[in-house]
Design a binder for this molecule. Structure first.
Ligand SMILES: C[S@@+](CC[C@H](N)C(=O)[O-])C[C@H]1O[C@@H](n2cnc3c(N)ncnc32)[C@H](O)[C@@H]1O
Length: 281
């Protein structure tokens, strides 16, 4: 019987050899064709020991070539194997679904063409950040944005929540073809954050998770105003702690108290009318 192709995107995690789940390992071992887009050449060599037939997606990137063109070619290469009836595994560093377009689009394309496709999670830079910086996203809430998106669009930042800004090394790259932008672009990002209520002297962290077991994470604390001149790399993520306390919503707390009281009094608690005005803002 002719076999039907399938696609799975798996995450390698951030640290070489330390974060790969048994499930993802088994997908890599059992696939007919394995493609990889990982953080560096050492990781690729490590994967090649598991799969000597590994096909790197890295050569699709080139300075001056739009990343969207590279992504399309990567997806085409993997889909050609799926259409040929093979079980295809795409291996990506971190979590394949976190700030990563190719795995999401490849899964969607395979499904749209009638093939089975799924994603297996991995340990992302975000997960490492929570562990290394001792941050629990529940404490103040946590916002995640891509650096350029913060400049290209008007977003509503909440300075009483934690803020994580991804791809600060590519801040403001409208060409989608560069592999690093400079201080002038990051100055605009500083301006944006100051506008949103983060003081220039507010302490922020340039964070880089360790990718080798012998390495330590980079945790560089600087004032927000120092971001333009800082050594920012492609793998840098900016962590911005809250700059303001959370403001208690006394009116809402009073309404909750009223519901609690009515339940205690043996009523249903449903008597409080819906405040539509509060939903309109
Ligand atoms: C295309 S995204 C890939 C993220 C990846 N899928 C993950 O799960 O973390 C690249 C961005 O991830 C972040 N990143 C990548 N490597 C990192 C590292 N070692 N430490 C901290 N952040 C990292 C940076 O913000 C970088 O610009």
């Amino acid at each position: 019987m002719e076999s039907k192709g399938s696609f799975v995107a798996v995450g390698l995690g951030m640290m070489l050899g330390a974060h790969l789940s048994p499930r993802s390992r088994s997908e890599i071992e059992q696939a007919d064709a394995v493609f990889a887009l990982v953080s560096d050449a050492i990781v690729e060599l490590w994967l090649q020991r598991m799969r000597p037939d590994l096909r790197s997606l890295q050569p699709y990137y080139a300075e001056g070539k739009r990343r969207t063109d590279s992504y399309r070619e990567m997806i085409d290469a993997m889909m050609a194997e799926v259409r040929a009836g093979r079980r295809v595994c795409g291996v990506f560093y971190g979590h394949p679904g976190v700030f990563a377009q190719v795995p999401h689009h490849a899964v969607a394309r395979a499904r749209a063409e009638g093939f089975e496709a799924e994603m297996q999670p991995g340990i992302s830079a975000e997960d490492c950040l929570y562990a290394d910086l001792g941050v629990d996203p529940a404490t103040y809430g946590c916002q995640h944005y891509e650096a350029s998106q913060l400049l290209f669009f008007r977003r509503r930042l909440d300075p009483s929540a934690y803020l994580v800004i991804w791809q600060i090394g590519l801040t403001g790259d409208r060409s989608l073809a560069r592999y690093g932008t400079g201080p002038a672009y990051r100055r605009l990002l500083i301006e944006r954050l100051v506008e949103a209520g983060y003081p220039p002297e507010h302490e922020v962290v340039i964070y880089e998770a360790a990718t080798l077991p012998i390495a330590t994470p980079r945790i560089e604390r600087i004032p927000l105003s120092g971001l333009a001149a800082a050594d920012v790399r492609l793998q840098s993520t900016l962590a911005v702690p809250p700059a303001r306390p959370m403001v208690r919503d006394e009116a809402m707390l009073a309404r909750i108290d009223a519901i609690d009281a009515s339940i205690r009094a043996g009523e249903s608690g449903d008597a409080t009318p819906l405040d539509v005005r509060s939903l309109e803002s």
